[in-house]
Design a protein around this ligand. Structure first.
Ligand code: DGL
Length: 262
């Protein structure tokens, strides 16, 4: 058995490429099919039912393309729709949630800051997660409107992005946070500038490596890991205008890539 079908990965935009690159590194022989729903972004400002409808629409698209598993490379889509996706589809569906657990485990100040979308922070699953640690650690949350748009615009190191990050991060630092959890996959591409702003004594927590490991584990359990020899193909799809998408994907993937229009 070769299991040569692709792994489908989707996000509201290009943020999930931070997860896709880790999966590609860890499982280089797997074919990947990435979908960016940029035209409907940001999900973080939309209702749960709207996001769930988008998640189903993209999952149907991926299933038509015969994927063997789906990685929801978006915290906002995960908290909004993963239960419904898992109820409908029998293939493995892997999600992503803010890395509160490792931050809680390692904090010395006892205060953990979480940057995420408004929709993630108000979701039941995030609040349940935060509550499960609240007896020994204080979790301070900060919604970040406008920040994913800076990533979509490839404004990864501009004055405007820096000002926005300071506005969101400084209140968390003032409250004593010594760990800042990046609870949105787009923010992974801002990790260098966030690190520069918070300084050496504050840890940035990202979950992209953990999600890639989890995807590998789930595929292994389901006996779906590819035994195909050689490099897997990575195919990109986006609802953004083609010239924009080409620029976005090529920059973040680190080489000039073709992006199909959906
Ligand atoms: N990348 C998405 C996440 O991880 C959200 C960005 C958006 O608001 O669409 O939550």
């Amino acid at each position: 058995m070769i299991n040569g079908q692709a792994i489908g990965i989707f996000d509201s935009g290009i943020g999930g490429l931070s997860i896709a690159r880790q999966i590609h590194q860890r499982l280089p022989n797997e074919h990947l099919l990435y979908v960016a729903d940029s035209i409907h972004a940001p999900y973080g400002e939309k209702s749960e039912s709207y996001i769930t409808e988008r998640a189903f629409s993209i999952s149907e698209f991926l299933i038509q393309l015969n994927v063997k598993a789906i990685v929801v490379a978006c915290n906002t889509a995960t908290v909004s729709s993963i239960k419904a996706l898992r109820a409908k589809y029998t293939i493995p569906i892997i999600g992503v949630e803010p890395g509160v657990k490792p931050a809680v485990f390692n904090t010395k100040s006892g205060i953990v800051g979480v940057l995420a979308t408004a929709q993630t922070l108000k979701s039941v699953s995030f609040n349940d997660l935060a509550k499960s640690f609240s007896s020994h650690v204080k979790i301070e949350v900060q919604p970040c409107p406008g920040l994913m748009e800076q990533v979509e615009a490839l404004s990864l190191d501009s004055d405007e992005t820096e000002a926005l990050i300071k506005k969101y991060v400084f209140p968390l630092l003032e409250k004593g946070a010594d760990h800042i959890v990046l609870g949105c996959t787009h923010y992974a591409f801002l990790a260098p500038i966030i690190k520069r702003i918070v300084g050496p004594n504050v840890e940035i927590v990202n979950t992209d490596v953990a999600v890639a490991k989890e995807a590998a584990r789930r595929l292994d359990i389901a006996s779906l890991l590819s035994t195909h020899n050689g490099q897997g193909k990575v195919e990109f799809w986006s609802s953004a205008p083609s010239s924009v998408a080409h620029r976005q994907f090529s920059l973040l993937w680190g080489e000039s890539v073709t992006v199909f229009k959906m």
